[in-house]
Design a protein around this ligand. Structure first.
Ligand SMILES: [Ca+2]
Ligand SMILES: [Ca+2]
Ligand SMILES: [Ca+2]
Length: 249
């Protein structure tokens, strides 16, 4: 299994090589019309909300504002109406609001592309959070696997420098990853403690979670989501919503 995982990762990295030139291009702003959502009372939230930090709930219906996402390689990455995404855990479905992020596309050599966003802002410290919560709508077995990446700033410049010769791997900063295999139908909330993320580049960065803004470091800089097929050429088809940094007991 280890070998398969490694191969998967290498293939995914290979795909990133092709992708990264476009990675900062931002998402196509696609029209999504929706006038009759049953949960239309929900208002858009991005940012601090009580003891949570909402990275995005997609209620603006846009990947450009208030939060800007870049997308790469994936055939479809856009905010879509939740009208047809209603099943699964009742509480989670009830909190999905009007829109979620659809990630859909055929994998090539397992890799199907993805999206990312820059999180760091002056005087916004993520150090108190210890887990990531994300609501995921699956379409049953084989919906795909998402690799969530968190990158911190170890050389104090508020940027992630990448090496084009090494699949755009970070040169100075840590990358922490976790994989979520989506094989369920409907909405489900997945909570991953930061402790369960794995350092993807031991020896690069300082190999410590430095999500705090300190000594010139921007702390936690960015989040990326990479989509992988359940088979080498499988269709990835899932939705993300309510991507939130939380404090877990
Ligand atoms: Ca939503
Ligand atoms: Ca840096
Ligand atoms: Ca670090």
């Amino acid at each position: 299994m280890k070998k398969i995982g490694l191969t998967l990762f290498l293939l995914a990295s290979l795909g990133l090589l092709v992708s990264s030139a476009m990675a900062m291009g931002g998402a196509p702003d696609t029209n999504t019309t929706n006038n009759s959502s049953p949960t239309s009372d929900k208002t858009a939230t991005v940012g601090q909300a009580g003891d949570k930090y909402v990275i995005d709930d997609f209620e603006s219906g846009s990947l450009r504002a208030p939060r800007e996402w870049w997308t790469f390689d994936i055939q479809t990455a856009k905010a879509v109406s939740n009208d047809t995404y209603t099943g699964g855990e009742r509480e989670v479905a009830g909190q999905a609001g009007k829109y979620s992020l659809l990630l859909k596309g055929n994998a090539k050599n397992w890799y199907s592309g993805g999206c990312g966003t820059y999180l760091a802002k002056e005087n916004l410290d993520f150090a108190k959070y210890n887990a990531l919560s994300v609501d995921i709508y699956g379409n049953g077995p084989g919906s795909g696997t998402i690799k969530i990446e968190l990158l911190d700033d170890d050389n104090n410049n508020w940027q992630v420098e990448q090496d084009p010769a090494k699949s755009y791997a970070p040169i100075y900063d840590d990358k922490y990853v976790t994989d979520i295999r989506v094989d369920w139908q409907g909405w489900k909330r997945v909570v991953i403690a930061f402790d369960d993320f794995v350092d993807d580049n031991p020896g690069v960065g300082d190999d410590v979670f430095n999500f705090k803004q300190a000594s010139g470091s921007g702390g936690l800089l960015q989040l990326q989501v990479i989509c992988l097929g359940s088979k080498g050429d499988a269709l990835v088809n899932l939705n993300l919503d309510n991507i939130v940094l939380i404090v877990e007991d």
